[in-house]
Structures are given as structure tokens and as C-alpha cells.
Design a protein around this ligand. Structure first.
Ligand code: NAI
Length: 404
């Protein structure tokens, strides 16, 4: 059973300093490393820490997690969580927290800049001027005011973009598979085809799923208005690049801004190659939609708060692999947190322990998923330690601790 403080937290991969500051201000002991340790180094390091904070380069495998089942929680200070074996960490009772929406605004702002840049052929004018070309011409350059932006995927980014675009005088239409409240004057369309055929700019903001794979191919690009533009800052698998190249060559599409690709270099040292390179009025960016100082800062704050709330209060809101429980602050009592196998009878065993000890339950919360149950119980201080020790000994208990 683990009591706190001081909980020791290891942050690697140069996570934004603000995370360290936030966690230290909560009384935790934080070590921040600038590199991504390989598995053997991390195994040596992690023994003395109860919480790990990583970004996308550090892999936490089943092997690593088995050796480190003492961990209380893991923070992925980024959007993705593929680098962690989420199933294993769930089975071991280790919640994983990330920051999925900290860079929403950054992506929406990039897209706004691209809408104007495509409309004014800024990419080509800029590279031409750098090479000594002077192409002063209004042909094909247009204001964006009054044009129609079609958003496919009206989630966090799509809806944020919708608000920003209207402030520039764009008319916004959108399509989403889920019924969404249109913000401002935006109009929901019943089909993706409606959006493709009416929009001057089509911007994609869907997740990577089996349904969105190759979602924009030859048929969809043909449906787009002649001289319209395609923007993709969602995921590289959503657009069939060869089809886009063909439509650009035919001049059916007047330009594109692409931030994500089916194949992306694994690091800044690798060379980037795409059939879109060298095409006119095509803006290519290296998956930087969400890469801003502000987003990094926000990620640092968001994940640090999630970790701190879990350690101090037991709340698992936002954990990607764990039953979510948003808990009230506990005052004047002790809180027992117990992760157990989700099998019939465990709660009965726990409640037997409570009644055998004559303990008074002041609050009890339970959330489950297919394999684990997460039970939180507020008890009078006098009985809490005794009860928690007995709960911890249950065969089907995975992790038990008391927060003060
Ligand atoms: P979100 O989950 O808030 O919104 C996605 C929306 O797409 C949801 O409303 C969903 O109902 C809708 N959707 C799902 N399948 C659909 C389909 N087949 N057709 C139409 N709509 C569909 O996600 P969020 O945060 O807005 O992110 C959107 C995309 O942006 C994701 O792919 C994410 O990975 C990507 N992204 C890219 C970044 C970059 O650096 N370029 C940074 C951050 C996110």
C-alpha cells in the first residue's frame, strides 16, 4: 500500500518545465530528464519513482510494465498513447493520462492561415520571390470573405475552426457522423457529398479509423468544386495522395495544404518524400498542426493536473485505459482507492471487511470496465488503515492505497 507524500515523479523527453513546476507546487518530488531513456536505462531509473511522465518516443512495453507494477500512474505528455501498452497497464491498475485537446486551437489557427495562403497562392509567391521571381498578378487570387468553408469532422478542432472562420466572413458548412450542435451560423449538412460539392475550401478533421481510411479519394475529389482547395491536418490515411496529385495536375483542385501523410519520417533526421512535392499551390508542412509553444505548455499543465488529481484525490477523469471517476474532494476522512479484478463477489468481500471492522462508510464510488473495477471509499480516519490493509490482501485486489 502506498501512502503519500512524497510521491516521486520522473519526467523524461524534455517535457515542458511547467509540468515540473505544477507537480512540485503540489508537493511531489520531480526529476526532469531531457532525453528519452531506452528500455534498460528506464528500467534502472524507474524503480525509485512512483509516477512516470513520457512523450511519444519512450515505449512502455508489457515487459517494462510487468517489472514496474509498483507505478501509480503514467502521464503521456502528448496526444497519442500508442507508445504505452494500455491493456497491460490497465490489468496492473495503472491509469494512463494524456492531453488530447491541448493543441486544438493551434491546429485551427494553422488551418485559418492556410485558407488565406491558398487563396492568395502565398506559398508559390513566397518561394518565387526568394528565387528572384517577381510575379505581381491578381489572377486566381481571391479574398476569403463570403467563400464557403466545408468542415468534415465537427469535433474539437472542426468546431473551433468554424468559429474562427466565421470571424473572417467565411460561410461554414459541415458534416459529422454524429449529430453536432452547429456553432454560430454554421450549417450541418446531411451528407459528406453536400459539403464536398458546395465548399470552396474543404478541411478534414476526422480521427483515424477504419471508416476514415481513404475517405477522400478520386470520387470525392471529383465532387469538389472546380478551383476549390483541400486542407488535411487530421491524419495521413484519410486522403488518397495519388488521387489528389491527379486532380491537382488536371487543375480540378486549385491547391492543397497537407500537414499529415500516409508515411511520415520517424524523426527530423529522416528525409521526407511525397508525390506532392514541387506541385504548384501546394503547401506541405511536417505534421506541425499542433506543434506550438502554447500547446506544449497546455499539455504540461493538463497532464500534471490529471496526475496530481489522481495521486491526491483518486480522480481518473480523462484516463485512457481506466474506468473514469470524477471524485469530490474528501475532507475529514481517509480515502481508500482499490483496483481489483472485475469478477463477481469482490465488492461483497470488500463490504464484509468494512462491516467486520465496524467502519462507517462516508462515501463510496465504483466504476468498472471489462477487466478491472475501481472502487473508492471514504472512511472515518480511525478505521481506514486497518480496512485498507485487509482489502489489499484480497486475492483479487490489484492495487490498494490510501490518500490522506
Ligand atoms: P475529435 O474527436 O474532437 O473530433 C473528430 C470528429 O470527427 C468527431 O466529431 C467525430 O464524430 C467526427 N467523425 C468521426 N468519423 C467521421 C466520419 N467518418 N465522417 C465525418 N465525421 C467523422 O478530434 P479532434 O481533436 O478534433 O481531432 C481531429 C483530428 O485532428 C484527429 O485525426 C487528430 O488526430 C488530428 N490532429 C492533428 C494534429 C496535427 O498536428 N496535425 C494535432 C491534433 C489533432
Amino acid at each position: 500500500m502506498t501512502n503519500h507524500p512524497p510521491v516521486k515523479i520522473l519526467l523524461v523527453e524534455a517535457i515542458h518545465e511547467v509540468a515540473k513546476e505544477k507537480l512540485e507546487s503540489e508537493g511531489f518530488q520531480v526529476t526532469l530528464l531531457s532525453h528519452s531513456p531506452d528500455e534498460s536505462e528506464l528500467i534502472k531509473l524507474s524503480k525509485e519513482f512512483q509516477v512516470l511522465g513520457i512523450r511519444s518516443k519512450t515505449n512502455l512495453t508489457e515487459y517494462f510494465l510487468k517489472l514496474n507494477n509498483h507505478l501509480l500512474a503514467i502521464g503521456t505528455f502528448c496526444i497519442g498513447t500508442n507508445q504505452v501498452d494500455l491493456e497491460k497497464s490497465n490489468h496492473l491498475g495503472i491509469p494512463v493520462f494524456n492531453a488530447p485537446y491541448s493543441n486544438t486551437r493551434s491546429v485551427a489557427e494553422l488551418v485559418i492561415s492556410e485558407i488565406i495562403a491558398l487563396s492568395r497562392q502565398l506559398g508559390d509567391r513566397n518561394s518565387g520571390a526568394h528565387k528572384g521571381e517577381w510575379i505581381k498578378s491578381a489572377v486566381g487570387s481571391r479574398e476569403v470573405r463570403g467563400k464557403t468553408l466545408g468542415i468534415i469532422g465537427y469535433g474539437h478542432i472542426g468546431s473551433q475552426l468554424s468559429v474562427l472562420a466565421e470571424s473572417l466572413g467565411l460561410r461554414v458548412i459541415f458534416f459529422d457522423v454524429v449529430k453536432k450542435l452547429p456553432l454560430g451560423n454554421a450549417i450541418a449538412m446531411s451528407t459528406i457529398e453536400d459539403v464536398l460539392s458546395q465548399a470552396d475550401f474543404v478541411s478534414l478533421h476526422v480521427p483515424e479509423t477504419a471508416q476514415t481510411k481513404d475517405m477522400i479519394g478520386e470520387r470525392e475529389l471529383t465532387l469538389m468544386k472546380p478551383s476549390s482547395y483541400l486542407i488535411n491536418a487530421s491524419r495521413g490515411t484519410v486522403v488518397v495522395i495519388d488521387a489528389l496529385v491527379a486532380k491537382l495536375k488536371e487543375k480540378h483542385i486549385a491547391g492543397a495544404a497537407i500537414d499529415v501523410f500516409p508515411l511520415e519520417p520517424a524523426s527530423n533526421k529522416e528525409k521526407f518524400q511525397s508525390p506532392l512535392q514541387g506541385m504548384s499551390n501546394v503547401i506541405l508542412t511536417p505534421h506541425i498542426g499542433g506543434s506550438t509553444e502554447e500547446a506544449q505548455y497546455n499539455i504540461g499543465v493538463e497532464v500534471a493536473i490529471s496526475l496530481s488529481q489522481y495521486i491526491k484525490n483518486g480522480s481518473t477523469t480523462g484516463a485512457v485505459n481506466f474506468p473514469n471517476v470524477d471524485l469530490p474532494v474528501h475532507k475529514g476522512c481517509r480515502r481508500i482507492l482499490n483496483v481489483h479484478k472485475n469478477e463477481p463477489g469482490v465488492l461483497g468481500e470488500i463490504n464484509n471487511i468494512v462491516s467486520k471492522n465496524g467502519a462507517n462508510i462516508l462515501g463510496q464510488y465504483l466504476a468498472t470496465d471489462a477487466s478491472i473495477g475501481y472502487m473508492v471509499m471514504d472512511l472515518e480516519k480511525a478505521e481506514a488503515t486497518r480496512v485498507a490493509t485487509e482489502i489489499e490482501k484480497l486475492n483479487r485486489s490489484i492495487k490498494t492505497r490510501i490518500v490522506i
